[in-house]
Ligand binder design. Sequence first.
Ligand SMILES: Nc1ncnc2c1ncn2[C@@H]1O[C@H](COP(=O)(O)OP(=O)(O)OP(=O)(O)O)[C@@H](O)[C@H]1O
Length: 682
Amino acid sequence: MTEEEERSYLDLILQQLEWALREINSETKRFSKEFREEQRYLYDQRSGMDEADLVSAGQSHKRFAFQGQVGIEARRKITKLSESPYFGRIDFTREGAIGSLPKCLPIYIGVHSFIPQDSSAYPIYDWRAPVSSMFYDFELGEAWYQTPAGKVNGRIELRRQYRIRQGRMEYMIENSVNIQDDVLQKELRLSSDDKMKNIVATIQRDQNAIIRNETSPVLIIQGVAGSGKTSIAIHRIAFLLYRFKDEIRSSDILIISPNKVFADYISNVLPELGEANIPEIGMEELAGDLLDNRFRFQTFLQQVFTTINAQDPSFLERLQFKSTADFVRDLNRYFVHLENHWFSAATIQVGRVTVPAAFVQEKFRALQRLPLLNRMPEVASEVQQYVRTALGRKLSGAEKSQIREALVGASERATVLELYRGFYQWLHRDDLFEMPGNVLEYADVFPLIYCKIRLEGMEPYHHVKHLVVDEMQDYTPIQYAVLLRLFPAKKTILGDTSQAVNLYSSSATDIEKVFPQADIVKLHQSYRSTWEITHFALHIKANPELIAMERHGLVPEVKGFHTTDEEDEELRRLVEQFSHSNHQMLAILCKTPTQAKKVHSLLEGSNVYLLTEESTHFKEGVVIATIPLAKGLEFDEVIVPFASAEHYQSESDRNLLYVACTRAMHELTVTFTGERTRFLAA
Ligand SMILES: Nc1ncnc2c1ncn2[C@@H]1O[C@H](COP(=O)(O)OP(=O)(O)OP(=O)(O)O)[C@@H](O)[C@H]1O
């Protein structure tokens, strides 16, 4: 087909879609009429209905509801396809003929599948269908794809990409070497959105392999900034929902996201791909649930900002101590110690009966299958049995409570918190645990949960069939140890150690120690930022593994000022300038909440939005945020103010600056007053 013919073919497909939509609409109408008639009939018959009639009416109601839902879903998909029916085509000649089918068939690939009524039109395949994988994996020539029934070999004779919007073909590109790059470049040049986009039309080969991985029990995606980790994780979910549609539903998946704004930012992609959004939870919310909301604790961001201010070396020491894999090992050693020493039985005297200490101790030891703190009722009942047999009668209430008290007295501490505190005494490092104002430090939250799991037991989340953890670098080994015990499901874990905002964060090796069965994949190509921005960021923090996108734009500007007033004035000017640009989103990213508030009041009157820990939505326009909060997000333009030597000194400041700069897609400006930070080249 020539381009002209492709355009007429598109018209044919659009007609077919229109026809399909009309069919669905008339079907829905017929259906609602039937439903109304049935309702009326049931109403008229209501007085004479018995139980069996009611059950049958209920079932019929459910059937109508289900069919109504199917209709809505089908209409949504067809409407979506009418805007853009497909984005790719491969002509594939399969080895060995199948029946009377011609050997070479065009395979059109779209966001959803569609079978036209007109026999001269070809089916559109869902991008997740087995045959579609060839579009991502091969250029022209030999190709193959895997089906549940086995491998299919053949040749790709033609490969095309299309950009179709509002039913109009904006361009069509015939395949030759590197064509993928051309389309990708066009996509990446577009302006940002307040929501993450789907990338089905330009998924890259290495990304496709991750998305379609069906086997890894734990898949760790370690990718440089802007390499598409989050996008891939979400497309992977869409793929798994398609591939295992009878086994797994959206509600069976859980994503642990860094904050609500991020959750809102990614919330568009799955619905765009025709899947329901998946449940999401933040680490703090999870922690609150696991501790039955009985403890007040510092949030992760409060911990980050306390470390950024770094005034208290003992706080940092506590944090560092609890951030290692050795800490998990020490806690495990402590549980062995408790097993042997926590309960020290004494002889129990009930009336004339003496229960020997050895008997009690033995009963306690025999209950090892139960968590330590859950054994007492069973030991008590063994002791009661012993006394009952000796006395030859039932025990009184007073005797029973005497036994219980004697048992409680045999162990020193009886609550999880007391036992957790005891861990530091056991280590002779009482100084490593503080709970000022009865508020737990964030670094103690997951160790306490881990103790709770080990000492009291906790039911795992069996209903979660796949767990996704984003920004893995900011979670510590003890957090992973908790996740491992609570989520037996398969997992996708993603992150980038260069972007750690947590001072003592996890390296991939730490995480590997917790998940020895994990497969680790690395992504080196960065897609988000222009070549100029990426190289600017690489001067701040070198990463020889990162490959910048060959997409060019303005060189980032570093602007120094003598006074803060001058810097403030420049910020106002830059925001004003942005309002006349064709970009959608500008972020002013600050190191601390105090700086963010200052910029907010400075720009009072302009249409700006301050993101805080409490924010739940991401908005278009000018956004002011702290860098830890902007993790995972992206903007057309970024301004990083106050980048002076005073504010950006330490290695963790270097990371923050790196994260801030890598949020920019098209333009970046860094400003400072006085001396510039050493992380910015002069
Ligand atoms: N194959 C692709 N086609 C088109 N755009 C892509 C592709 N891969 C990534 N992108 C784009 O690159 C940008 C970065 O993607 P994403 O946010 O998923 O990366 P990330 O690795 O999670 O980033 P970070 O760790 O820096 O937050 C997004 O705009 C995404 O749409």
